[in-house]
Design a protein around this ligand. Structure first.
Ligand SMILES: Cc1ncc(COP(=O)(O)O)c(C=O)c1O
Length: 391
């Protein structure tokens, strides 16, 4: 079997088939390009997947995060804790409401928020009367956080939990789907092309009540409610009221049609990603790499396959350059958020979250997506072997 060199240029990318194309074409020939039946169809499928009927589609996970905070009544000056190993959108969304951000360092094995460090920081915060209002967990790479322990801490210390599940569509925690919200008030998904399924750009939020679902539906559309939801049947059909300050965060029918078609293949995508990740682990076992630990009883979507260099004689950036020269896609996930210039201006500095910083210095995400086969992964493994042999 030949090597799929084109597909290897991407650390992750979309997989579009004829059914996806047909479903978009069907919408193009229909009466609705926006606010039509495909939105409901996609939301229903998402709800079914997550065992949670309160799903709302949006134009991005960033918008979904913003609405997760807003529907849970974030206030100016609230304190939001999250992980430094995430995309900046996780914490930025809270900053837009005038919240204050702080971080909990990661567990070097799971790469998710470390429950022990969380507990230690909570104890100190209680003593200092500075407990957080929100904790936003991120299931990094699709691997679920230790939700039971984090939930118990939320009861003891009284903070709200939001799940940034942008990487984790289809992941599960102890036989419960991520998005079921057993331990949180809201979960957020991303459908950016590098994610498990795509809608081009897009996102969704999974909530816990009809009331929250109605509120988010209104906020995604300027804070407007229709006569139907106002139960104002005596008003004429053209009537609407703006009751909140909202946004245009809507997904289009074209995007929803793509999502609806893609979600049918999610199981297959995740199976493929898991098979390829297993292949990597087996065939890289003799090289100086450490892999992310997946918690017992959990399934990862394997949005990312990250490796961490463990031999100090080799530099991550040399490996990055070597793979790029060989046209193998790779990326660093992530520069710790607290080291971004914007966050440094808020008072964060190097050395504050050392597990995250150590991981960042040595990490690289290797190609992992559904267009790849084991032969392609073997090619990457061979190139990696060459790198260590020649260096
Ligand atoms: C953890 C995390 N949160 C939020 C986002 C934002 O997602 P979107 O691009 O759909 O707004 C991303 C996107 O990469 C992400 O990785």
């Amino acid at each position: 079997m030949s090597i799929n060199k084109k597909a290897l240029e991407f650390y992750s990318t979309q997989s579009i088939n004829n059914l996806d194309k047909e479903s978009i074409l069907e919408v193009l020939g229909s009466d609705y390009l926006s606010r039509g039946p495909k939105i409901q169809e996609f939301e229903d499928k998402l709800g079914k997947l997550c065992n949670n009927k309160y799903s709302v589609s949006l134009n991005s996970a960033t918008s979904a995060l913003q609405l997760a905070y807003q529907v849970n009544e974030i206030q100016k000056g609230d304190l939001v804790w999250t992980t430094p190993i995430t995309f900046v959108a996780t914490s930025n969304a809270a900053l837009h409401f005038g919240a204050n951000i702080d971080f909990i360092d990661i567990d070097p094995e799971t790469l998710n928020i470390c429950p022990n460090l969380l507990e230690a920081k909570l104890k100190k915060a209680k003593f200092d009367s500075a407990l957080p209002d929100f904790l936003t967990v991120v299931h990094f790479g699709g691997s679920p956080c230790e939700m039971e322990t984090i939930y118990d801490l939320s009861i003891e210390y009284g903070f709200k939990i939001i799940e940034d599940a942008s990487h984790a569509l289809g992941s599960s925690y102890k036989n419960k789907m991520i998005g079921e919200n057993n331990f949180s008030l809201a979960s957020v998904f991303s459908f950016h092309p590098v994610k498990m399924i795509t809608t081009g750009e897009g996102g969704a939020i999974l909530l816990n009540s009809e009331k929250d679902q109605e509120k988010v539906r209104s906020l995604r559309s300027h804070g407007i409610v229709s006569t139907k939801s106002l139960k104002m049947n005596k008003k004429p059909g053209w009537y609407y009221e703006q009751v909140d300050l909202g946004y245009n965060f809507r997904m289009s029918e074209l995007q929803a049609a793509l999502g609806s078609s893609q979600i049918e293949r999610l199981k297959h995508f995740i199976k493929k990603r898991n098979t390829l990740a297993k292949y990597y682990k087996k065939h890289l076992s003799k090289l100086p790499f450490k892999f992310q630990k997946i918690l017992k009883g959990c399934n990862s979507s394997y949005h990312l396959f990250t490796v961490e260099l463990t031999d100090k004689n080799f530099a991550r950036d040399e490996l990055y350059k070597f793979l790029k020269v060989n046209k193998i896609g790779c990326q660093v996930h992530y520069i710790p958020v607290h080291l971004q210039p914007y966050y440094k201006r808020q008072g964060f500095s190097e050395g504050m979250f050392q597990n995250a910083e150590n991981y960042f210095r040595n990490c690289l995400s290797l190609p992992l997506h559904q267009a790849l086969e084991e032969t392609d992964i073997q090619y990457v493994c061979d190139k990696l072997t060459d790198f260590f042999a020649k260096s």
